[in-house]
Ligand binder design. Structure first.
Ligand SMILES: NC(=O)c1ccc[n+]([C@@H]2O[C@H](COP(=O)([O-])OP(=O)(O)OC[C@H]3O[C@@H](n4cnc5c(N)ncnc54)[C@H](O)[C@@H]3O)[C@@H](O)[C@H]2O)c1
Length: 320
């Protein structure tokens, strides 16, 4: 039996770990009108977090803020226990290291009131592997976002072996109320759904750079000028069904099925040695063509807003 607060009555959210993703969550929850408490052990975390929220706020304002939403409603707590004491929901976004996540989730469990759900932003660890040290693992689950969490709608929700069904349902509903688009997974899968797909593409991109088969810019252009345009509104399966013409997916599979067995993709990751690292960093600098990270972030944010609006997923009006 749970005494959890109904998801639509949540007013106070705690974000633990305030880097790229934790900071993005902070910006999202602030824009949706929540009081947000953040905690991050890095000495420079509060300034970095304020910079991230300040950079995101113009895009969030153009999108439309919830009533009363304000960056002033962010509190940075000096200690984890203080951050969690009044929490009505906790989002963990600490570094992707299994031992660290295990310890941290146990600490969060000890510091957070009973029946408050604690979600991890992990990119790929199953919750079953992370909830092993918590005294009350039933309210621990994965809420996997995409960067930046304040603009990309998707969250993948999945529990571990010790997670209660009520917690999974509660979190799915809470994220929806908080403006996210939710996929609730029935079973655990390392990397969840979208990261398994992203990873396959990414591995192949690294192989092509490592072997001098394509440049970073060619790889990026091949997606933004090609399949990426379709994927923003129609997924890879339905777009391939159209590749079969009037015969749809059936014809597509009969026609191109044999090439699935030809060696178009390498399933093992390439060795991430210093030469490949250097080639990727230099290639990205060339592709950025003088634009700073902050300029690219602003460009990406506007691009996502434009796509969301153009595909009917935002209310009308001027988003510039
Ligand atoms: N970057 C992405 O695109 C992305 C997307 C989805 C999910 N994620 C996941 O989000 C999580 C955070 O990734 P990120 O990219 O924001 O990393 P990041 O390095 O930008 O931020 C991690 C933050 O955690 C803080 N930290 C270090 N030790 C901590 C501790 N013990 N407790 C709390 N905070 C601690 C660091 O000071 C840092 O600010 C990871 O689990 C990652 O897999 C990342």
């Amino acid at each position: 039996m749970t005494t959890a607060l109904p998801p639509d009555e949540v007013r106070r959210v705690t974000c633990v770990g305030a880097g790229v993703i934790g900071g993005g969550w902070v910006a999202h929850f602030l824009a949706r009108g929540y009081d947000v408490t953040a905690w991050d052990p890095a000495p420079d975390a509060p300034e970095k977090l304020r910079r991230l929220v300040d950079a995101a706020w113009p895009a969030l304002t153009r999108l439309g803020l919830a009533e009363g939403a304000s960056p002033e409603r962010l509190t940075v707590a000096p200690a984890l226990e203080e951050a969690c004491a009044q929490a009505q929901f906790v989002q963990e976004s600490a570094p992707e290291k299994l031992e660290l996540k295990r310890d941290l989730l146990a600490q969060l469990d000890a510091a957070t009131p009973k029946d408050v759900v604690i979600a991890s932003s992990t990119s790929g660890y199953p919750m079953t592997d992370m909830q092993t040290q918590a005294a009350d693992p039933q309210r621990l689950l994965v809420g996997h976002p995409f960067n930046p969490p304040y603009l990309i709608p998707l969250v993948e929700v999945v529990g571990g072996r010790s997670t209660a069904q009520w917690a999974v349902e509660w979190a799915s509903r809470f994220y929806e109320v908080a403006g996210k688009s939710v996929i609730t997974m029935e079973r655990e899968l390392p990397g969840f759904i979208a990261n398994r797909l992203q990873e396959a593409l990414w591995r192949e991109a690294l192989h092509m750079v490592a072997n001098g088969e394509a440049t970073v810019k060619e790889i990026d252009d091949s997606i933004t000028e090609g399949p990426g345009l379709r994927w923003a509104f129609m997924g890879p399966c339905l777009t391939f069904a159209l590749a079969g013409g009037e015969g749809g997916m059936g014809h597509m599979l009969d026609h191109f099925g044999p090439s699935l067995k030809s060696p178009w993709t390498r399933l093992e990751a390439p060795e991430l040695d210093s030469a490949l690292r250097e080639a990727m960093v230099a290639g990205c600098e060339e592709a950025a063509d003088g634009r700073s990270i902050a300029e690219l972030v602003a460009e990406r944010d506007q691009g996502v807003i434009d796509v969301l609006r153009a595909t009917g997923r935002l209310p009308g009006g001027d988003a510039r």
